[in-house]
Write a protein that binds this ligand. Structure first.
Ligand SMILES: Cc1ncc(COP(=O)(O)O)c(C=O)c1O
Length: 394
């Protein structure tokens, strides 16, 4: 099978494989070969594939009502808003269809907040290595020159600082009166599973409070239980003013959310923002079923348990490997950094019948479903160790 199709814009370098069926933690190709999925469509399939209860919610809601309009009240959207606000400690939700849109909402909200507070040219602090999306504003917020190249002019109003560096933030606080918000991932996902030091988020919270900046947490990859808490910032007891979500929220049905609290709540008023599809009865019903299942099945505990199991085994078996420079993770978000670029690992992993991804050039990324059992974690580690040994020629 080739990697390209003439009728598609070649924006992705695709692997030479496609899947025809999924069930639980496995995907099948057209030849009936099954693969253990440790990527979940990049942190999306938090409950695995073809979850019967999610499928039932999809079918039932499709038969009942898919779409009306935000011109009317949508009870299931109101329920989802309340449910998310309760688990996140937030006050209000705006629903969209993707992570980039959720962050666009956050960026617009921050600018509006700035203008309301007399800041003529509001700017938002963003970090090196961040990933926030591919729309023009979120691409600008993204800290990758490679992703931005060729799309200039970028959007004004962003200040870039190194990730996990509070000194630069304090310096900016002293010298730039235009800052109104900080947008940050609690763990950088695309950037290579970068986990900041434990004081980073609490200190950012403190600086934002002192300066009356909004702390905006991009939990699009980390959220919905992946790290063992509903949201990664909760590991640090940090309550953001804005929290963005997408990916796992719909287990594959597109939905994004921007949650707001405190000074950020009430900023966006009638006519300031909108979406045709965002928050429709279909997507909201599915997201509610995802939350129900995550809650009922203690999936967050399982994320912690399986994550620890995977990390421990990887450490034991690869900790001294000369080709591995770091193994790190939180819950079911794991990164294995190699001493050389390792994109080829994705192809080699296919031969071992596992699906993993490489991000930032040299970090093997694991984002398994929260329904992984012990035997799935063990199989993943076994196959991954074999893959890495083959890659390293050991
Ligand atoms: C942290 C983070 N923010 C935003 C996005 C963008 O989400 P989407 O691709 O749904 O627009 C991603 C996607 O990988 C992400 O990981």
């Amino acid at each position: 099978m080739g990697t390209d199709n003439d009728y598609l814009m070649p924006t992705y370098s695709r692997l030479p494989i496609s899947f025809v069926k999924g069930e639980g933690v496995r995907l099948w190709d057209a030849n009936g070969i099954s693969y253990l999925d440790a990527l979940g469509g990049i942190a999306v399939a938090v409950l695995g594939h073809a979850h019967p209860e999610v499928a039932e919610a999809i079918a039932e809601q499709a038969r009942l009502l898919i779409h009306t309009s935000n011109l009317y009240r949508i009870p299931v959207q109101e329920q989802l808003g309340e449910r998310l606000c309760r688990i996140a400690g937030m006050e209000q939700a705006f629903f969209s269809n993707s992570g980039a849109e959720a962050n666009e909402t956050a960026i617009k909200l921050a600018r509006h907040y700035g203008h309301e507070n007399g800041v003529e040219n509001p700017s938002i602090i963003v970090t090196e290595g961040a990933f926030h999306g591919r729309t023009m504003a979120t691409l600008t917020a993204t800290g990758s020159r490679k992703a931005q190249a060729g799309f200039e002019p970028l959007v004004p109003g962003f200040r870039r600082v190194p990730f996990n560096d509070l000194e630069t933030v304090r310096h900016v606080a002293k010298h730039d009166p235009g800052v109104v918000a900080v947008l940050v991932e609690p763990i950088q996902g695309e950037g290579g599973i970068r986990i900041p030091s434990p004081d980073y988020l609490p200190e950012l919270r403190q600086i934002c409070r002192e300066r009356q900046w909004l702390l905006m947490m991009d939990e699009i990859q980390t959220g919905m239980g992946r790290t063992g808490q509903w949201f990664a910032c909760q590991h640090h007891g940090v309550q953001p003013d804005v929290l963005t979500l997408a990916k796992a929220l719909g287990n594959g049905i597109p939905i994004g959310a921007c949650l707001a609290a405190g000074a950020a709540a009430g900023v966006l008023k009638p006519g300031t923002h909108g979406s045709t599809f965002g928050g429709n009865p279909f997507a909201c019903r599915v997201a509610l079923s995802v939350i129900d299942i995550l809650e009922r099945t203690s999936a967050l505990d399982n994320a912690r348990r399986q994550g620890a199991r995977i990390l421990e085994e990887l450490d034991r078996r690869l900790g001294d490997h000369p080709g591995i420079t770091a193994i790190r993770g939180m819950g079911l978000m794991v990164g294995i950094e190699t001493s050389n670029p390792c994109k080829e690992i994705m192809n080699l992993a296919l031969e071992e019948r596992i699906l993993v991804n490489v991000t930032a050039g040299d970090v093997i990324r694991l984002l398994p479903a929260l329904i992984y059992r012990d035997q799935d974690s063990d199989e993943l580690v076994d196959s991954l160790v074999k893959t890495i040994e083959r890659f390293a020629g050991t």
